[in-house]
Design a protein around this ligand. Sequence first.
Ligand SMILES: [Zn+2]
Length: 211
Amino acid sequence: MKEKVHIDPVIGEVRLRKSARSRRISIRVHPRHGVVVTVPSYVAYAMGVTFLESRREWVLAALERANARNADLPEGEDIESLRAKAKAALPPRLAEFAARYGFIYHRVTIKHNTSNWGSCSSKGNINLNLNLMRVPVPLQDYILLHELTHLRHPDHGPAFHTELERLLADHIAQNAEDETFQSFFPAIRASRARYPISHTLENEIRKYRPV
Ligand SMILES: [Zn+2]
């Protein structure tokens, strides 16, 4: 793929790329690589610049959103590195839990959004938010087990909670020697909720916010 750097007077540095596979001009605002304009290989770079200039407002707004998200992240962290970590860590653990507790899911996808930590579709596809890499492992596991439980109970009714509590109790017992898990024990013991483990972990994860 051929590439050229273009300096836009308002946006700043922009990478112009020629791609043999693309059929139209497109712009991507990448959290780490910045603004990338891709043009089909038979189109002149100048056409990419014209296109960029016609979309300047949109690019500036997208850059602002990307910067706002990264501002909430610890230094040296960005969305793309979280995505890479999440892809390496979460699917194998989901597979391990599914095997241990007898769940079958269709597909797992790592997503980036600010509205939920995870979701489970009626087709058995599980989505996990890359922001999970910013929360302690016991809370990640809580979300994984929560979504797996939805494969059997699509709602948040009593049957869902009974099953999830049973899985969490077993999972916590298996990690009883782990300090990160232990740090949640006092709150779980103090909880007077009907489902103390899920109630406590749900409260704990509310202290974090997907960005
Ligand atoms: Zn749920």
